[in-house]
Every structure is written in structure tokens, then in C-alpha cells.
Design a binder for this molecule. Structure first.
Ligand SMILES: *[C@@H]1O[C@H](CO)[C@@H](O)[C@H](O)[C@H]1NC(C)=O
Ligand SMILES: *[C@@H]1O[C@H](CO)[C@@H](O)[C@H](O)[C@H]1NC(C)=O
Length: 412
């Protein structure tokens, strides 16, 4: 090829390139926004930093939000407030309460324990959930939800609700546990209900247990309503769910602090297996017996449970590590009581569209686990405390109590 011909080709190439670049530029600036639906780009779920873990100060705090009964926002009126309050009260007060609780307590996890939305007061379950859970997402706090007996009463069934909840931003909710043998990737274990899952919390960053589970959280679906021998009753936790719990508890370890020569810097270490907590909506029948015990908090209404006694308490007892269960459903009960060494604590009604009691503030429960301190590192969980805050002007803190403390053995 002659030098002249090469120059011509070279000039053509430059021309073509310029043309192509200007075309791309025009498309990008002039019409690209028209190619997007509602000007929003499709985006993936925003996930929280996982695994969940204790903070540098050795604490992990959970905010329990029970029975929001969310409807459609500003047009959904409050129930059981005074006549003076009624005119200025809607679902937005529930949202405001959740924001105030997050600001005041800065929880590491929010547990929504069912009846998050009130099906018959909304025409769009997804919209209602997005609004109800909204503040958790605004603040970027990991959150876990389970279902109550009212969530499925509008446009989504329980399977759809749990799927949606698991896909929302910052959610750590899961539909059900994965198959154990892992033979079918992504397959779910066949188990009754939707929203049975386990969350493991790792030790503090930089500590010897930073890559180990030190705290276990079990979320369970207690169902909605069923008919048993012709009688209408509430749902209950089924055998398949209990046997999953049993299996899961076999994977609970005692930390072997003597391994890796760790005992030199551990000092006193817990001799218990890691503690676990359970979260579900409908109380178990034995909660009624707490009336005759020294419970902490208020017991103001009958325990609305199933007529079926499926052995939840005996399962917890045989697992050995479940120290407390957090329930909802009965909004004006907010007590903790102890059944054979396991605490059962009501969250107390949170939502303004839920039934409640006039002049009895909406409320919510906090749970805080604190790690033990070894000679120069955080160890496993040493203590679990709980308290409540009222939605009064000051978010008054009440009924603080210790639920569990580790017993210690000295390693030489
Ligand atoms: C509901 O929120 C409004 C607006 O912030 C407030 O004026 C009202 O007192 C709240 N009602 C209750 C019962 O908290
Ligand atoms: C935890 O895992 C990280 C990343 O794999 C590693 O750098 C760190 O040393 C591990 N810490 C402990 C205490 O095992």
C-alpha cells in the first residue's frame, strides 16, 4: 500500500470513530432517560453487611416491633386513642414511633414479629409493607420479619409475603431454611409455614470469636387460623418446624477455647453453649400459666393461642440453648414470664391502627446481649437483658430485667 492510501484510510477511520462517538453521546444525553421505566434504573436489593455481628463495645441490640397493623398510611385511623387524640392520629404515628425508637436506641437488628400489616385495611399488601418497614430501610438497619395472622388478608398470600419481605432492602428475612445436604442448590426444605429461619450473630470484630457464631436467633411461623376437629382456632408451630429446630440445634457448638492455645488469654470463659432466642407471633398455650407466676410487666388480656399444644416448650428445653422467646399477638400484654427456665416475653402493641387501650401507651421491646471480656479479647455472650420503651413524650424506659447470665468455669 502506498503512503498516500494509508493516510486516506487513516482519515476515514478517524471520521468513522468521531461519527460513532457523537452518535453514542447523542443517544446517551437525548434519549437514554426515555428507555428507563419511570426514570428509575433497575437495581438490586441493598443488602446489609453480613454476617450480623456484635459491636466493638461487645453489645448486640435488637428492637422488637410487634403488631404494627399498618394499613394505608395517613388515611388509616388510630384505634383506642382518646377522643382528643383521634383527629390527629393515623398509621403515620406508627411510622413516627419507629423512627423515634431507631434514633433513641440505634438497634443492630429490628425484629418485626407479625401482624406487620392489617390486611383488611389495605388494598395493596406490598405498598403497605414498604411503608410499614420503611424507617428500618431509611436508616439502613438490618431487619427480620415474620408473619402474624393478619398479614395475608389483602393482596398477597403468606408465601408471596415472605418472598417479598426477603427481597426488600436491608432485609435478612428468609422464606424457609435451605435443604441441608445442599444437593439442589437454592432449594428450600419442605417445612410447614413461611418464614422459618435462623440468623447467626458473630463475635466482635478483631476478637477470637470474630469468625464464629456466638448468638443464635430463630424465627418461626406460628401460622394464622385453622380448623381442628370442627373448631376454629389459631395456628401453631408444627412438628416439621420443631424437627428443623432440633436439627439446627445439633449444629450448636461449645467453643473449645483450649484449641489453638486460646486459653492463655481467655481468663474466665462461659461453660454454656451459645445462647439462642426465638421469635414468633402467636403465644403457646403454656403462656397462660404465667398468670400464677411473678411475671414482669402487665398481663391485661387472655392469651389468644391455639387449642393445639405442639410441644414448643419441650423442644426448647431439649435444645438447651433457647433462653427466651419473643411473641406478639396480644397487644395489651407486655410481660415477661419464665417457664421452666425459658423466658416468654410479649413485645406489647406497637401500632396505632391495632387495638390497644386508651391512655396505655404504644410500646416496644429491646433485647441486648453483651459479650464477656476475656483477658484481652471479647468472648461469648455473657448476659442478655430486656426493657421496653413507651411512646410517650420521653420514650420512657420501663421494666428492665436480666433474662440470662452465663455461668463460668475457670480454664487453667
Ligand atoms: C400522632 O402524630 C401527630 C403528628 O405528629 C401528633 O400531633 C399526635 O399527637 C400523635 N398522636 C398520638 C396519639 O401519639
Ligand atoms: C477471621 O477471618 C478473617 C478473614 O478471613 C481473617 O483475616 C481473621 O484472621 C480471622 N480471625 C480469626 C480470629 O480467626
Amino acid at each position: 500500500m502506498s503512503p498516500a492510501r494509508i493516510t486516506v484510510n487513516w482519515k476515514h477511520t478517524i471520521l468513522y470513530l468521531t461519527l460513532i462517538i457523537s452518535l453514542i453521546y447523542s443517544i446517551e444525553t437525548l434519549i437514554s432517560h426515555k428507555l428507563q421505566v419511570n426514570h428509575n434504573q433497575i437495581r438490586l436489593k441493598r443488602s446489609p453487611n453480613l454476617p450480623l455481628r456484635f459491636r466493638d463495645d461487645g453489645t448486640f441490640k435488637i428492637l422488637q416491633v410487634a403488631d404494627m397493623h399498618f394499613g394505608m398510611g395517613s388515611i388509616t385511623r388510630c384505634r383506642d386513642v382518646t377522643d382528643a387524640e383521634y383527629g390527629y392520629c393515623s398509621d403515620l404515628n406508627t411510622t413516627q414511633f419507629l423512627r423515634r425508637m431507631i434514633e433513641a436506641e440505634r438497634p443492630d437488628l429490628i425484629a418485626f414479629t407479625g401482624d406487620n400489616i392489617f390486611g383488611s385495611s389495605t388494598t395493596d399488601a406490598a405498598e403497605s409493607l414498604l411503608q410499614a418497614i420503611g424507617p428500618a430501610i431509611e436508616y439502613g438497619i438490618p431487619w427480620a420479619a415474620i408473619l402474624g395472622n393478619h398479614d395475608q388478608e389483602s393482596t398477597m398470600n403468606r408465601a408471596e409475603l415472605m418472598t417479598f419481605l426477603s427481597l426488600m432492602d436491608f432485609s435478612v428475612s428468609q422464606i424457609n431454611p435451605p435443604l441441608q445436604d445442599g444437593s439442589e442448590r437454592g432449594a428450600l426444605r419442605s417445612i410447614d409455614g413461611f418464614g422459618n429461619y435462623r440468623l447467626r450473630v458473630h463475635g466482635a470484630p478483631g476478637s477470637v470469636l470474630s469468625n464464629s457464631t456466638v448468638f443464635d436467633l430463630f424465627f418461626l411461623d406460628s401460622g394464622d387460623r385453622e380448623t381442628v376437629q370442627g373448631r376454629r382456632t389459631y395456628g401453631w408451630i408444627k412438628d416439621s418446624q420443631l424437627s428443623w429446630l432440633q436439627d439446627a440445634s445439633k449444629q450448636i457448638f461449645y467453643h473449645d477455647y483450649t484449641k489453638h492455645g486460646l486459653n492463655q488469654n481467655m481468663g474466665n470463659v462461659p461453660s454454656n453453649p451459645d445462647p439462642a432466642l426465638a421469635f414468633f407471633h402467636i403465644p403457646i398455650p403454656e403462656v397462660r400459666d404465667l398468670w400464677y407466676t411473678p411475671f414482669i410487666g402487665q398481663f391485661q388480656e387472655g392469651v389468644a393461642c391455639s387449642i393445639v399444644q405442639s410441644g414448643v416448650l419441650s423442644t426448647f428445653l431439649s435444645m438447651g440453648n433457647v433462653k427466651a422467646a419473643f411473641i406478639g399477638h396480644d397487644h395489651v400484654n407486655d410481660f415477661c414470664g419464665n417457664l421452666k427456665g425459658v423466658w416468654f416475653c410479649y413485645g406489647g402493641g406497637f401500632g396505632y391502627h391495632a387495638y390497644g387501650r386508651r391512655n396505655w401507651h404504644r410500646r416496644s421491646r429491646l433485647i441486648e446481649a453483651k459479650l464477656g471480656k476475656g483477658k484481652d479479647t471479647w468472648t461469648g455472650v455473657q448476659r442478655i437483658k430486656t426493657w421496653k420503651r413507651l411512646d410517650d413524650g420521653d420514650l420512657c424506659k420501663i421494666d428492665e430485667q436480666v433474662l440470662w447470665e452465663a455461668s463460668y468455669s475457670f480454664l487453667k
